[in-house]
Structures are given as C-alpha cells and as structure tokens.
Design a protein around this ligand. Sequence first.
Ligand SMILES: NC(=O)C1=CN([C@@H]2O[C@H](COP(=O)(O)OP(=O)(O)OC[C@H]3O[C@@H](n4cnc5c(N)ncnc54)[C@H](O)[C@@H]3O)[C@@H](O)[C@H]2O)[C@@H](O)CC1
Ligand SMILES: [K+]
Length: 497
Amino acid sequence: MQYLVSDKEMKHLDRNTSEHFHVPEIVLMEQAANAFIKELARFLNGSENILIVCGTGNNGADGIAIARLLRQQNISAAVCIPFAEKKQTDSFRLQYQIYTEYGYPVISYDQSWESYTVLIDAMFGIGLSREIEGSMAECIRRMDHFHGKVWAVDMPSGVSAETGQILGAGVHADHTITFSFGKIGQFLWPGSEYCGDVIVAPMGITKESWLNERPQIAALEPEDLSLLPERSAHSNKGTYGKVLVIAGSYNMAGAAYLCAKAAYRTGSGLVRIFTDDTNRIPLQSLIPEAILSTYDASFEPEMLLHELKWADSVVLGPGIGTSGTSHQIVKKVLQNIQIPCVIDADALNVIASDRSLFSLLNETMIVTPHLGEMARLCKRDVKAIQNDLIATAKAFSDTYHATCVLKDFRSVINVWHGMTYLNLSGNHGMATAGSGDVLSGIIGSLLGQGCSAENAAALGAYIHGLAGNQALQETGFRGMIAEDIINGLNGLWKRES
Ligand SMILES: NC(=O)C1=CN([C@@H]2O[C@H](COP(=O)(O)OP(=O)(O)OC[C@H]3O[C@@H](n4cnc5c(N)ncnc54)[C@H](O)[C@@H]3O)[C@@H](O)[C@H]2O)[C@@H](O)CC1
Ligand SMILES: [K+]
C-alpha cells in the first residue's frame, strides 16, 4: 500500500522531520535534489542541454540545487528565474548564492529557449495556493509549449497537489519526480494528465515523520492482493460464501448476468439471482451455474426475506429499474438485512428518490455510485462532485455510516470514519456498459467470502481495474466490453496460482 498526501500533510511531515528529528531544511533539500537527479539520470545520455525554470519559493530552490548538481556532474544546465523580484524563501536565497558563487549560468527570461533540449519545471511545487494569473500564467504557457521533454520537480506548476485541479494554467510534464510520498493531485483528473509518469523518489522524509498521526489516503499495490480471502484444499462450495444478487427487471437480464458471473469468477461458491420472472429463461441459458429465485407482477416479500436468510452477502440494485416493485424490494432489504451488502445502480436511484431510506444505511453496507448517481443522492451537480471527489465520498460515508465507492476514472473509496483509498488500477477501455455491474459482483463476492467492508470495497475496485488491464491485452481500449473484464479476472487468478 502506498500512502498519498496532500500539500498540507507533506508540509506537516516536513516540519516534523525538521523539528522532531532535527534534520535541517538544507539537508532535506540537498537530498531532494540528489534524489531528483538520480531518477533523471536514468533517462539522460549526456548530450542534453537542460534549462531549469525556477520560482522563488522552495520548489525554485530545489531547481537551483538540481542545476548545481547537474553541472557538477558535467551535464550542461542553466537556470532561468523569470520573477526573481518576487518574495524569496531563505532556502531560495541560499541556493542562489551558492549557485552564483560557483559562477554557473543564469539566463534572462527574454532569451530564447531554442538551444535547450530538456526543461525542468521548478516554478511551483506543493506551495501553489491560488490561481496563477497574468505574466506568471504566460510563463507557465511558455513552459507548456516547450519543444523538448519536460520534467517537473515535485509537482507540475499549476496543478493543485490536493485536488488535481489546474489553477489558472498548468505545465504538461512528461515525468514528475515527487519527493517521499505521492501527492493526491497527481492521481486525480485532470492533474494526472499533467504529471505524465509519476516517480516517487525517497529523500529522507519517511513514515516515521507521521509521529502519532496516521496517513488518511492510500492506494493499493500488487502486494495488497495478499488481503484476498484464503482458499483451502479442504473446502466445498459453501466455504466461499453464498451471494444473493438482487438484479434485473422486466425483460432486463443483462445486469443480473454480469453481476452474478463476476461474483462466481471472484471465487464465490454459490450465487443466487433474485429477479423478475421474465428473466428466467435467458439467465438459465447464460449462466446455468446460478440459482434463480423469481418474482412476478404480484411481488410477495416473504420469498425475498427467505433468500436474505440464506445468503452471506447481498448485491442490491443492478438493472432493477425504479418501478414501484423495485422500491418495495429496496425498502424490504434495507429494513431487514443483517448481512453485508453492496448497494448499486438503481437501488441508489430509489434511495435518492425516497429520503426516508437514507436512515437505513449502516456501516456494513457499501454504496457504489457513479457520478450521476452520487449527484442524485446528494443533490449536487456532476461537475461540482468531479472537482471534489474525495470530499464528496467522505461526506457521504461519514453522514450515512456506509462505505462509499465513488466511481470515476480514479474511484475514491471512503470507509466510514476510516481510510480513504484512491484506486489507481484500470483503464479507459472499462468505461463501457455493465462495467459497474461487474464491480458490484466482485465486491459482493468478497463480502460473502468474509472480507470486511473496507477490504471488499478497496480490494474490489483494485481487482476490477486489474482485470480491465488484463482484458486490454486481448481487446485493446476501444472494443472492451464488460464480459472482457470478467474474463480478465481469469488471467489475474491464473497468475496468482
Ligand atoms: N517536504 C517538503 O515540504 C520539502 C519541500 N521541498 C520543496 O519545496 C516545495 C514547496 O516549497 P514552497 O512551500 O516554498 O512553495 P512553492 O515553491 O511551491 O511555491 C512558492 C510560493 O509561491 C507563492 N504562490 C502560490 N501560488 C501562487 C500563484 N498562483 N501565483 C503566484 N504565487 C503563488 C506562494 O507564496 C508559495 O509559497 C516542494 O514542492 C518541494 O519542491 C523540498 O525542498 C524538500 C522538502
Ligand atoms: K514544479
């Protein structure tokens, strides 16, 4: 698991390192500059002519230190400080003094950048705190149009380290070398597109600097697959959980099929689909492994209550529509359920339309809204939610006690009064109908196998993305459909065994 931090958290860690461990700022800066060069050097062939554009804060100070160290390794480098008259930090002044004492070159801003082959952006880092305007925005645009490769020191200038939003203007970097911990804004859209490839370079601010606090945001990595429920040689189909998939509506079998199949492919021993009777024949031929319980126009709740008693976990909602019957089903489940549950798709739309149902949510439940469903649930517009993914997921989860998986290009998973996970697996081929039904099936399966809500939600989103990446090898981006993601799970498990 890697921890991701905001600008404020990083500054806090920096302060703890200086004040608690007594590591001087100038030492950290030298380590940061060395760490940057170590990563950069892997991509250099020695013939480059490097320009480092520096601000007057500590990001610029890093830039000047990097220029000095490059020159001392016989690599051609010069700095440009377009707004040298702005407020300077002490470290900037010191780095500038050392650099000029050596007689190394500082070029003026009106000079051409034509002869430089690499640009290092050291204008703003995690200190960016407001919109960039006027001549500074012009400078950012000039860097953005640079003809060669662009490397960002810590953050590309203009990208908010906290939200990934572009404040006024931003530099598209080919690579971003960031210090000690990934920054949240590097992984959220649109910041992720400005960062290029992100390299986290250790530079002496370590996990010890959290002191008594805990990081709040993390992303799962391959070794976290060890959180998957164990399998045992001595087992039967009951060992791996019974999942009740409440999905599909009149003549709409697709969502139920994808969800149930994904649950089976994630390892569940038994999956029962509770659906409209018109789906019986298609489902029997599409997925004969599933047990079916069907209702007709005169829906009787007793059967549903009976199936709830049978199950170890429930997926409620894919393709159920928002009819009166769907409303009855959602309400009955929420009122009676005593096992972990994923609430997805139309079940969320039903809840959004009947605010009395919100009070029935609890911490054993996982809601999996996409942006549109979240907009209906919290009565905000999609754009506002997209600009504020983490805060939205957290507010929903903390208010309604449920774990929230807010689905987007990078889904945010928020555990009630607990960790926030940013899911970094997956690709845009997965933006296809039914992809969400596959996700809810995976999460429901993990719940049925005994995972906590936290692990099922975070791991479920991660596995879903990995399966999509696996599918990419077969289909490419353009042609990927939900079924390919399910097939991608096979590839994943094959590698595991
Ligand atoms: N752990 C850390 O915090 C460390 C930080 N270091 C470097 O220090 C950087 C942070 O330095 P600073 O806090 O000095 O901040 P920056 O150098 O990122 O920004 C400089 C200053 O610009 C001003 N500013 C912010 N937004 C502006 C805008 N839109 N228009 C005009 N001016 C604006 C602010 O006053 C800010 O302090 C990091 O990104 C990193 O490169 C490293 O030296 C090593 C350790
Ligand atoms: K920068």
